[in-house]
Ligand binder design. Structure first.
Ligand SMILES: [Zn+2]
Length: 205
């Protein structure tokens, strides 16, 4: 199977460096060996925005965390990795950060959360091959990933795209300075059409 969809290097790198911080170098090397990605041992993707980190590799790293640490461990690691990757890439895409801040300068947290999600969905669609759209109802905003790297070619009985929760939490916090409850309610790995996250419109704090 040839690789056809990609994340920017910087996100692949962020997944690896945050995993190393949590698991240690030995733990990460074990993970990379387990999932057949030993090419990255001591050799992370460069810190640039070139779009060449394959979806297959994102999915294998998530699967490896699950295999090594179980559902709960994988969830914790992936959420932290998502937050770190998001925060680091804002530094890298500095112009994006400034444009985003300007767009969200005014309004309630609910409105800023919405503008933030809209803004970052466009950002994801522009810099990676992930496809995201936003929807909402009375209680929730929905982040709908129609082409998802985290569960690419995976199968599961429960939602597995925890990395996305970390990214969304960090994005919502960045846009509003508040915390929101976010859950993955549909997952392509479970046979659903898309990976869907529901974010409460009301912040937790
Ligand atoms: Zn997914």
């Amino acid at each position: 199977m040839t690789e056809q969809y990609f994340y920017p290097n910087i996100w692949g790198r962020g997944i690896l460096t945050s995993a190393e911080e949590i698991l240690g170098e030995k733990g990460l090397n074990a993970l990379l060996n387990l999932v057949g990605l030993s090419e990255y041992i001591g050799n992370y993707p460069p810190d640039n925005i070139q779009k060449v980190f394959p979806f297959e590799h994102v999915a294998k790293l998530q699967q490896g965390l699950y295999d090594m640490y179980g559902a709960k461990g994988a969830r914790v690691f992936a959420m932290r990795g998502g937050e770190q990757t998001f925060t680091h890439s804002l530094d890298k895409y500095n112009k994006v950060q400034k444009a985003g801040r300007a767009a969200m300068a005014l309004g309630s947290s609910e409105l800023r959360a919405k503008l933030g999600l809209q803004f970052f969905s466009k950002f994801f669609n522009a810099v990676s091959d992930q496809i995201v759209r936003i929807a909402e109802d009375d209680n929730y905003y929905y982040w709908i990933i129609e082409r998802c790297p985290m569960c690419w070619e995976r199968h599961s009985e429960e939602p597995v795209c925890h990395l996305g929760i970390g990214v969304l939490r960090a994005a919502a916090k960045w846009a509003t300075d508040k915390n929101f409850r976010i859950q993955e309610i549909n997952c392509t790995a479970m046979g659903d059409k898309a990976c869907v996250y529901a974010m409460d419109k009301q912040p937790l704090d």
